[in-house]
Structures are given as structure tokens and as C-alpha cells.
Design a protein around this ligand. Structure first.
Ligand code: FMN
Length: 199
């Protein structure tokens, strides 16, 4: 069965509404490991060996975090910079992550319309996520459609709980092998598989 590694990063988790629910749900899932980066490395000194071993022992890498300045919180960048080493993750001497999968799981304060050509942010989130997508491709990983929760600023608790159920269903579907590329290939966001996805 594919093993799922959730690399979680939230610098203000005590104030979180959405990731609190997403994380609570996925912590209990079989085949899913949660690695809380700010909890592990509050000073940003990342244990590269530990992180590389975690990657090697999993098949699907989930980068779960709030969308911050059209990207991720600082520790996500620090993790990418340090862990995806030359001649380990890419380069003439090796592609350690070859054939593994990567997916972004993000929450956006703004609604979907803000990420259109008429909206406040002008471009779709998929364009802001291009550095992640291309990082995966450079490491010869498969980049999956992202999980995106839009409009968190105005979200009611019941809608947050619903997103939490969808997220948990998708992660458990991936970890059980029920959700496969033919199910999500071509989707804009993997959320479209919905609650009860492939169960
Ligand atoms: C420093 C910072 C930067 C942010 N940048 C963005 C952004 O670029 N786009 C966006 O839609 N929301 C942005 N937000 C809003 C967060 O994404 C939103 O508050 C978060 O997803 C809510 O999740 P939570 O309840 O788990 O904290 C930003 C928030 C902060 C604090």
C-alpha cells in the first residue's frame, strides 16, 4: 500500500481554524504519517538525514500548509532548500524520489473568484504553485492536482468540518490505493473527488 507523508507547516497553529480540523482528521488515518515541521524544528534547524529517511520510507509527499504570500510559510522553503539535495533528490548521482508523488494541500484566505483574471489576485492558484510543481518534476516525481480550501476568512465551522472529511477521505483513499491516477488525472483540484471519495 502507498504510504503517505504529510509535511505540515503552520507557524501560528494555536490560532488556526482550518488546519486544526484538517490535521485532526488525518492524524488518525492508517498509512498516513504526519510530520509537524514547526513542532519538530521551532528554530528552523532541519535534521536533513531524518527528513530524507522519512521521504524514502513513504510514497506520497503531501505539503500541507496555509497559503502565505502566494506560497508556503518559511519552513516549507527551508525544508525544500535543505532536504532536496543535489545528487540526492536530483542530479547525475541520483534521483532518490523518482516515481514518488507530490501534492500540495493548502488553504487560502481569499475565495476562488479572487484567483481569476478579474479577481484581486489576478492569476489562478495553480500558477502560484508552479515552483512546487516544477520542483516535483525536476526530482522526477509525479505532481498531483492540489487540495485547495478557498475562502477560509469567511468560512463557517460546518463548512470547515466538511472540508476536513473530504481531506481525510482523499488521504485514506491514496493510502489504501483506492484513489489512483486515473481518478484524479486532469482534475484542477483533487477536492472534486468529494466526501466519500472512492469509498
Ligand atoms: C502572513 C500571511 C500571508 C497570507 N497570504 C495569503 C495569500 O497569499 N493568499 C491567500 O489567499 N491568503 C493568505 N493568507 C491567509 C491564510 O492563508 C489563511 O488565514 C489560512 O489559510 C487560514 O487557515 P488556518 O485557519 O488554519 O490558519 C495569509 C495569511 C498570513 C498570516
Amino acid at each position: 500500500m502507498p504510504k503517505v507523508l504529510v509535511q505540515f507547516a503552520h507557524p501560528a497553529f494555536s490560532r488556526s481554524r482550518v488546519h486544526r480540523v484538517l490535521l485532526k482528521n488525518c492524524k488518525q488515518l492508517e498509512g498516513v504519517t504526519v510530520n509537524d515541521l514547526y513542532e519538530q524544528y521551532p528554530d528552523l534547524y532541519i535534521d536533513v538525514k531524518r527528513e530524507q529517511e522519512l521521504l524514502l520510507s513513504h510514497d506520497i509527499l503531501v505539503l500541507q500548509h496555509p497559503f502565505y504570500w502566494y506560497s508556503g510559510p518559511a519552513i516549507i522553503k527551508q525544508w525544500l532548500d535543505l532536504v532536496l539535495e543535489y545528487n540526492w533528490a536530483y542530479g547525475p548521482k541520483g534521483y532518490a524520489l523518482l516515481g514518488k508523488k507530490m501534492i500540495n494541500a493548502i488553504t487560502c484566505g481569499s475565495g476562488h473568484h479572487a484567483y481569476t483574471s478579474e479577481g484581486h489576485h489576478q492569476f489562478p492558484v495553480s500558477q502560484f504553485l508552479l515552483p512546487f510543481r516544477q520542483t516535483a518534476l525536476l526530482c522526477r516525481m509525479d505532481y498531483m492536482p492540489p487540495f485547495i480550501v478557498y475562502g477560509t476568512h469567511r468560512m463557517q465551522q460546518d463548512a470547515i468540518e466538511e472540508e476536513g472529511l473530504v481531506y481525510a477521505d482523499i488521504l485514506s483513499g491514496l493510502a489504501s490505493g483506492r484513489i489512483r491516477p486515473e481518478h484524479y488525472g486532469g482534475l484542477e483540484i483533487i477536492n472534486s473527488l468529494g466526501h466519500g471519495a472512492m469509498s
